[in-house]
Design a protein around this ligand. Structure first.
Ligand SMILES: C[S@@+](CC[C@H](N)C(=O)[O-])C[C@H]1O[C@@H](n2cnc3c(N)ncnc32)[C@H](O)[C@@H]1O
Length: 485
């Protein structure tokens, strides 16, 4: 397995010694007068306690009045002062000061870490992150088999091929761009995110500069005024192709020509620019309306030796280095001999199915997103694949129809969203009786739930492989092989 024990990356070697000083720029320490020891203050109270374990999202657990409470940025075994506030039955606890630090604590390499919330584990050494994720998967998979050691990443930074920057005005009405703070719509101005592809941050900073020097205003969610909401950037890590999607509140793009020209002059490496119009008030980044301003409107990248065209609205795995390991394992678990009929459910742009097609008799892909299905069909042509068909629709309904028609599937590979699959899909798998099911998941919790259903309905989990697709965050990917009993 790819262990990163010898990894000399940014936060290795910066472990702190045990000390009673506060650590880094912890959020709870912000704005508090140094050295002052607050005690009871209204419903707030400072408590000294010791962390007993982790929650599944990487927070520390402390016991308060017999109740388990989660504290961000606290590590098991650490003694700390925490600020506790109570409102009815609801207890909120924030880390104020670490008194006795864990050997696993490191200085977070990102200066925005405590304000941003996009990453949750940067205060842990890479080895500890690995242990934490392994334990999360081991714990969830206890009813099945012992998971394999997690596949980690040599350089667990700069991996995201997709970035998303939000623009707004600060209190001085200056243009800012960055990420939303956790659980809020407050923009944290950020110039560089350590898990983004560095090129995408350079481009986002250029766009911020163009906004500052033009009359274009960022969109204001409260007033509904302004134009530019977000910028989505997708980078083909192998091809070097770059897509910039300007997400605006209206299709009226004044100064469009000049904006596009200025951006292209600054970044000739951009291969396509799109305008996406999002008039919605929910948290969806992209709206339905899309217009290509420059280039072909898609980018292409290479994964596992095949070329894939990717649209703005299609899903594409965000960490291609780890995706190759994940897909390699999924294909190995499928045990294809060249004859099998394979279902690639929740197939996105067809990546897994097209890679499997080289060793299968026939591939049937199903996906809800229309643009992704178009990409999948184009991708099968682009790679001269003649034994794959892709269909648009709900995977559950599609499988019900397949089962009702008495169709055959030897292997079902599924890779649903975080919410997991559904009973329609899983009960149809049980009816179709494929020899093997390969379940790829970005949420082992829903994966375990669905595998429990499959175990009750004729399958046995034989192998589980966790993969760290999202270093520095609490998220973990898992791929499992189930065989017909
Ligand atoms: C985690 S992604 C996996 C995509 C692809 N397998 C890959 O590796 O790139 C999940 C995909 O499921 C699609 N999806 C979500 N709900 C769906 C449903 N009910 N039926 C079919 N596809 C769905 C999403 O659009 C997305 O493309």
């Amino acid at each position: 397995m790819n262990k990163r024990k010898n990894n000399k990356n940014r936060n290795q070697g910066k472990k702190r010694n045990r000390t009673d000083k506060p650590y880094g720029k912890q959020p709870a320490a912000k704005g508090k007068p140094k050295g002052k020891r607050p005690s009871n203050k209204g419903s707030q109270q400072t408590v000294t306690t010791t962390c007993s374990g982790f929650t599944s999202d990487g927070k520390g657990i402390v016991q308060l009045d017999g109740q388990e409470v989660a504290v961000e940025h606290l590590l098991p075994g650490e003694k700390a002062e925490i600020l506790v506030s109570k409102s009815g039955k609801f207890v909120n606890a924030k880390l104020k000061r670490v008194i006795d630090a864990s050997k696993d604590r490191v200085e977070p390499p990102c200066v925005y870490y405590y304000a941003c919330g996009g990453c949750q584990l940067q205060h842990m050494s890479n080895d500890k992150q690995e242990d934490f994720k392994q334990n999360v998967v081991d714990e969830l998979m206890k009813p099945f088999v012992k998971p394999e050691p997690i596949m980690t990443m040599e350089h667990p930074y700069d991996y995201r091929n997709k970035s998303h920057t939000t623009f707004g005005l600060n209190q001085k009405r200056q243009v800012i761009g960055g990420l939303y703070a956790q659980h809020s719509h407050e923009i944290i101005p950020i110039d560089k995110c350590l898990i983004h592809d560095p090129k995408s941050d350079e481009i986002a900073n250029t766009i911020k500069g163009i906004l500052k020097s033009s009359k274009m205003q960022p969109y204001n969610e409260d007033t509904g005024q302004g134009f530019l909401r977000h910028v989505l950037i997708k980078v083909g890590k192998v091809s070097g192709e770059i897509m910039v999607v300007l997400v605006a509140a209206s299709p009226e793009f004044k100064g469009k020509k000049k904006f596009v020209q200025t951006l292209r002059n600054a970044h000739p490496e951009i291969t396509t620019i799109l305008l996406n119009v999002n008039t919605r008030s929910d948290s969806m980044v992209l709206g339905d309306q899309e217009k290509v301003l420059f280039g072909k409107g898609t980018i292409t990248d290479t994964l596992c030796g095949l070329k894939f065209e990717i649209s703005a609205k299609s899903f594409y795995q965000i960490n291609p280095v780890q995706t190759e390991k994940l897909y390699g394992k999924a294909i190995e678990m499928a045990e294809l001999t060249g004859k099998e009929t394979v279902v690639d459910a929740y197939c996105g742009i067809g990546t897994i199915g097209l890679i499997a097609s080289r060793r299968a008799g026939k591939v049937i892909g199903v996906e809800l997103n229309k643009d992704a299905v178009k990409d999948a069909i184009r991708n099968s042509k682009r790679n001269d694949v003649t034994n794959a068909r892709f269909y648009q629709g709900d995977a559950g309904e599609f499988m019900v129809q397949m089962a009702n028609r008495g169709e055959k599937a030897d292997v079902v590979i599924l890779d649903p969203p975080r919410s997991g699959s559904d009973e329609a899909f899983l009960s149809s798998v049980a009816k179709l009786k494929p020899k093997r099911v390969v379940y790829v998941s970005c949420n082992p919790e829903t994966q375990a739930r669905d595998m429990k259903y499959l175990e009750k309905n004729g399958y046995k989990v034989e192998e589980i492989q966790p993969v760290d697709m999202f270093p520095q965050t609490f998220h973990v990917e898992s791929v499992a092989k189930l065989v017909r009993k």
